[in-house]
Structures are given as structure tokens and as C-alpha cells.
Design a protein around this ligand. Structure first.
Ligand SMILES: *Cc1c(COP(=O)(O)O)cnc(C)c1O
Length: 450
């Protein structure tokens, strides 16, 4: 007999995991990773008790996780998860709502609608802007660019969803030289050719130089970026939009984490004017700190995104409310509005703003501690990203490996404009000043020993 007692066991284990993550090593030990072989058994012929299965997951899985929810995980741009979002996610798993259609999940549909409205207001995007809930910024970029492709070709009298790209008027895609790979992937999936794009030169912070944009046309799609994964730099989107407007080109904004800067009054100016773009991509699983996976696409033109995502336009039934599946490529999927709603309801505008500005201040603190110790910070720390060089490339690489092995914190490496660097991204609600001080000390010690 199956009962639901096991959920209490899961709740206890989840709580214990969350409570100890802050004191655990950030990277798992080698033994813990080797322990994953315990999962690798032949396909079971017989059943096993559920609680034993759960115990196995916890015993061998929990120690082998990378502690990305720790306050001292600074790799890539990751973010942890707020306790209320973990709890909401557990409830959401019990609900198992299939969020593609309101008839299957009025709950999922309603929470998405509210979350979308709140996010539009929070970011200062145009009122009545459309949006869809997807896996992450990769898919959000893809959907935004699909809407762009739909719109520019429709203006040229071409129905791309019906006719495809063969024989279509050529689209000119423009990106900054520091474009995120996910945008190029979207371009490639949409048949626009990742290598056919015009690449605009960038400055030392990786920001597109607006004066170097190519000649634009109504068939141009310009992909801008706010929040470079290395420097945290912001493209001059307002200037790009000014040029695009003259010819009626489409402007897309990749704001995977950078869009959140709009909630911090002290730094919102970095992303000024982006509200005049046509489409935007962001992540909730990064800086809002909700569990994976959670990205959001926004599009000023409801008909363009619906046209691009439609299953052959048969969806246009008059008087219909918002159908979640009209704004994403998927039909069956999880109800991502649940955790976003819970995070925004808990934090409020002030709480989100505080989360963003705190992260940026921690990044500045990091930079100043490392500079004071004599190391070079390669970027202007305008947001939550810090790039540090320890001199020679080999030495920088050695120090990065040493800090990852040490376990106090976790930072990754990158190559920034030809130079090897350690990258620090502060994206978690859990990071405290003490975490920064302790991590910087560990980094400095690792550097002195290397
Ligand atoms: C993280 C990131 C992406 C990709 O987002 P996913 O959530 O990993 O799909 C795209 N663009 C930028 C600028 C990012 O930081």
C-alpha cells in the first residue's frame, strides 16, 4: 500500500539539506561524487520500499550536490532558491498541474497571469506586454527572436510559419560581439544562421558600440544584451533603439540577469530606455532565486509572439482569455508561475530591490578586498560580476582550481578579452557580508600558496 507518509520524510530531509548547506563544503568531495556509483545498478526486477528509495537518494545524492544554494557559490550566474520558493515547489509537485491550458490548470494560468503582470510592472515594461513562461533565458531568447522573425517577415508580406524560410526575404540579424551563446543558438534554431549575423564591435566592458551598428532595415533584428556574463556590462540599448526606430527594425533584449537591475533604484539607469524595445528575455532561476527551471519572455506585440508560437493559427478564437500555451513552444509543462508568484508575494518590490542591490554591494566588497590584496580586477564592477586576474594565465588557472578544491567557496574561470580570469558572480539571496569576507580570505590564501 502506498501512503503519503513519505512526503513528511521528504520534507524532513529537504529541510536538513537546506539547513546544512551553508556549513558544508561548496563543491562535493571526490568521495561523494564517487558515491554516485551506488545509483548505477542493473534495472531492478523487483520493487523496493519507497522510503528506502528516498533514503538512498538522500544518502548518496545530497552529499554529491554542488552547493549552488549556499551563500558562497559564485560560479557562472546561478542564484540559489528562497525557502518559500522551495516550499511552493514541493506543493506544486503535489499538485502536478499541467500549465499549458487553462482548462487543465486554471490555477497555473491565473498565477502566470498575475506573475506576468507583476514582472511587467516591476521591470517597467510596456503595460499590456505579452509574455510566456519557459525553461530559461535560452528559450526566452528563442521565443523573442521567433516573434521578431514573424513580425519582420509579416511586414514584408511573408508568412514564415506557413511558408518557412525558403524563398523568404533575407533577414539581417545583428548582435554584439559579446553576444551570449544562447542567442546564437536561438538564431541557428530559427534558421537564421548563427554565422550570417553581423557582429558589432564592443568596448572594454563588452558593451556593443552603438556608433558601429551596420545599416539597418525593416528586416533587421538587433539582439542587445543587458548583463554580460563576464563583466556585468550593459549594452547602450537606448541608443540602439533610436537607430532601429528610424527604419522600423526589431530590438530584442537579452536580460537574463541584467533586467533585474531595473528594480534597484541606485543602478536602474544602467538599463535605461530598454522599455522601448520589442522583446525581452529574462531568468527567474538566476537573480529572483526560484528553483530550476524558470525563464520568462516578454513581447510588446501580442500578435507577433502568438503568431510565432501558434499551432497554425487555429488558436484565434475570439473572446478567449490568455492561454499559456499560445506564448511558448510547449503544450504540456510545469506551472512556472507558482514559485515566481510566491517569491514576488514574499519579497514585494522592496525585497526584490534589496536582493539585487545587496548582491551588487557584495560584488563591490569582493572587488575591493581582492584589489587591496594586490590583485587586478579586470572589469568595472557595475553590477554583480567581478573578474579577477592573478597575473599569469597559468597562475590564475591554478588558483581557480585550488579554490574549487578548497571548498570554502566556488568560483569559475573565464577568458576575458584574451586574459585568463577568475569570475565571481553574486546572485544568491543567501550570501552575507561574512560569506564575502570568508571567501575573499580563502581566495587570497589560495593565491599566496600558488
Ligand atoms: C544565463 C544567461 C543566458 C542563458 O540562460 P539559461 O537560463 O541558462 O537558459 C542567456 N543570456 C545571458 C546574458 C545569461 O546570463
Amino acid at each position: 500500500m502506498r501512503t503519503y507518509e513519505i512526503l513528511e520524510d521528504a520534507g524532513r530531509r529537504a529541510r536538513a539539506y537546506c539547513e546544512q548547506i551553508q556549513s558544508r563544503r561548496v563543491a562535493p568531495t571526490r568521495e561523494a561524487v564517487e558515491g554516485l556509483s551506488n545509483f548505477d545498478c542493473p534495472l531492478p526486477e523487483r520493487s523496493m520500499e519507497e522510503n528506502e528509495v528516498l533514503a538512498m537518494l538522500d544518502e548518496f545524492g545530497s552529499p554529491a550536490t554542488v552547493g549552488t544554494t549556499s551563500g558562497r557559490y559564485f560560479g557562472f550566474v546561478i542564484g540559489g532558491c528562497l525557502p518559500v520558493t522551495v516550499a511552493a515547489n514541493i506543493l506544486a509537485a503535489a499538485w502536478d498541474e499541467c500549465a499549458g491550458r487553462n482548462v487543465v490548470s486554471p490555477l497555473g494560468g491565473r498565477l502566470e497571469e498575475v506573475a506576468l503582470r507583476w514582472l511587467i510592472e516591476l521591470f517597467g515594461l510596456p503595460q499590456g506586454c505579452a509574455g510566456g513562461f519557459v525553461t530559461g533565458a535560452t528559450m526566452a531568447n528563442f521565443v523573442g527572436l521567433a516573434a521578431a522573425r514573424h513580425a519582420v517577415l509579416e511586414r514584408a508580406g511573408w508568412d514564415v510559419e506557413a511558408q518557412g524560410l525558403q524563398g523568404a526575404p533575407p533577414i539581417n540579424v545583428v548582435v554584439g560581439d559579446e553576444v551570449h551563446v544562447s542567442v546564437l543558438q536561438g538564431i541557428s534554431l530559427l534558421g537564421l544562421g548563427a554565422k550570417r549575423v553581423a557582429r558589432v564591435p564592443v568596448d572594454q566592458q563588452g558593451r556593443m558600440i552603438a556608433a558601429k551598428l551596420p545599416t539597418l532595415s525593416p528586416l533587421s533584428i538587433i539582439c542587445t544584451q543587458i548583463g554580460n556574463v563576464n563583466t556585468g556590462g550593459f549594452d547602450p540599448v537606448a541608443e540602439v533603439i533610436e537607430q532601429a526606430r528610424e527604419v522600423g527594425a526589431w530590438v530584442h533584449v537579452d536580460g537574463a540577469f541584467g533586467l533585474w537591475i531595473r528594480t534597484d533604484p541606485k543602478r536602474a539607469d544602467l538599463a535605461h530606455g530598454i522599455e522601448n524595445a520589442d522583446s525581452w528575455a529574462t531568468d527567474a532561476h538566476k537573480w529572483l532565486n526560484v528553483p530550476y527551471d524558470s525563464g520568462v519572455v516578454f513581447c510588446k506585440h501580442d500578435a507577433a509572439i502568438r503568431g510565432a508560437m501558434a499551432e497554425c493559427a487555429s488558436y484565434l478564437v475570439a473572446g478567449e482569455g490568455r492561454e499559456p500555451s499560445h506564448y511558448t513552444p510547449e503544450l504540456s509543462r510545469r506551472a512556472r508561475g507558482i514559485e515566481i508568484w510566491a517569491a514576488l508575494k514574499t519579497l514585494g518590490r522592496a525585497g526584490v530591490s534589496d536582493l539585487i542591490s545587496r548582491s551588487c554591494e557584495h560584488a563591490q566588497h569582493f572587488a575591493s578586498l581582492l584589489q587591496r590584496a594586490g590583485f587586478e580586477v579586470l572589469n568595472e564592477v557595475v553590477a554583480n560580476q567581478v573578474l579577477v586576474s592573478f597575473g599569469e594565465s597559468d597562475k590564475t588557472q591554478r588558483i581557480i582550481r585550488a579554490i574549487q578544491d578548497n571548498g570554502t567557496c566556488w568560483c569559475g574561470g573565464t577568458i576575458w578579452q584574451g586574459r585568463s580570469a577568475m569570475r565571481i558572480s553574486v546572485s544568491s539571496w543567501a550570501t552575507t557580508s561574512e560569506d564575502v569576507v570568508r571567501s575573499a580570505a580563502a581566495i587570497i590564501q589560495a593565491a599566496e600558496r600558488s
